[in-house]
Design a protein around this ligand. Structure first.
Ligand code: IPM
Ligand code: MN
Length: 341
């Protein structure tokens, strides 16, 4: 039996994770779930984001099912860094998979029907780039202040993420960077891109600057298969692609280390403090993340069954208001569960 560490964390995360567990149970997953008290309340109380004991247990689990992290009461990003970014960095979950698939035409914001067939994967580098927290503020608070945020790109980090993108592509890999302006980091990405691509002659390749990629994603997302990019660009583009398929409420993600097999699965959305706690939050992003977890743990058939149940519920309009239904969070979970029975 697989041991799953459950970290619902804050706000909307606390509402959607139980729905994901409900769906996993209905699908027949042989998992043992253990929930950990990692959240802003305990951080505010203790000043510790994740205790050593919890860290040990969470990092030894087969997988981590994660909700969302953050709290408007916190003045800075230390808690966020101590939970989500620490898990990504220290467990070396270097692949962040962010699929975008349109399950129902009515959810597309695009007017042109021929461009609505969205089924793409963003492969986001998850352990480097502008997220590493290197840099500093000099003469802080004065008119002479200088702030430096360093963009860390390594030969290993860039190579392995591009390799991963080629490993999952069916048609084409598009590499996205900003090498025309950020020439040092961009130069390394370009070099590793060409070197890795040379080893995969059967896969089509294309390069786009991130500004042009954003434009193309809105203009005609049906052209994309796999997009590989750095940490920050992947973060930004995956909010954009979420809107192409119905919004933040339904976009899933997987953070994985293919070498160790470890993974953390979370919806792309955050804690949604404006709507959290009222039964309005869409559980689909968390449920599809759970389906990615099942697939990662070796059961693609069960993963497909969950995804199929989600698709069927959405098409029937048995979903939350953000995607045109009238159900509460837990009713939307039930609509998926009943399709798995
Ligand atoms: C995400 C989130 C995080 C990120 C934040 C909360 C640090 O926006 O998972 O997309 O930027 O990676
Ligand atoms: Mn984000």
């Amino acid at each position: 039996m697989r041991h799953i560490a459950v970290l619902p964390c804050d706000g909307a995360g606390k509402e959607v994770v139980p729905e994901a567990i409900k769906v996993l149970r209905a699908a027949g997953a042989d998992f043992e779930f253990e929930e950990f008290d990692v959240n802003a309340d305990s951080y505010l109380r203790t000043g510790v984001a994740i205790s050593d004991e919890v860290w040990r247990q969470v990092s030894e689990a087969d997988s981590i099912l994660f909700g969302a992290v953050g709290d408007p009461r916190l003045p800075d990003a230390k808690y966020l860094a101590g939970v989500l970014l620490r898990l990504r960095f220290e467990l070396d979950l270097y692949v962040n998979l962010r699929p975008a698939k349109l399950y129902d035409d009515r959810l597309s914001p695009l007017r042109r029907e021929d461009r609505r067939r969205v089924d793409l994967m963003i492969v986001r580098e998850n352990t480097e780039g502008l997220y590493v927290g290197m840099g500093g503020r000099f003469k802080q608070g004065t008119d002479d202040e200088v702030a430096i945020q360093e963009d860390v790109n390594t030969h290993l980090g860039v190579t392995r993420i591009i390799e991963h993108a080629f490993g999952i592509a069916q048609r084409e890999v598009v590499m996205v960077d900003k090498s025309n302006a950020m020439t040092f980091a961009g130069g390394l990405w370009q070099d590793r891109w060409k070197a890795v691509a040379a080893g995969h002659p059967k896969v089509k390749t294309r390069h786009l600057y991130v500004d042009a990629a954003s434009m193309q994603l809105v203009k005609d997302p049906s052209q994309f298969d796999v997009i590989v990019t750095g940490n920050l660009f992947g973060d930004i583009l995956s909010d954009l692609t979420a809107e192409l398929i119905g919004g933040m409420g339904i976009a899933p993600s997987a953070n994985i280390d293919p070498a160790s097999g470890r993974g953390l699965f979370e919806p792309v959305h955050g804690t949604a403090p404006d709507i959290a706690g009222k039964g309005l939050v869409n559980p689909v992003g968390a449920i599809l993340s759970a389906s990615m977890m099942v697939k990662h743990l070796g059961d693609p058939h069960m993963a497909d069954a969950i995804e199929g149940a989600v698709e069927s519920a959405i098409r029937a309009g048995e979903c939350t208001r953000d995607i045109g239904g009238a159900l509460s969070t837990s009713q939307a979970g039930d609509a998926i569960v009943k399709r798995l029975r």
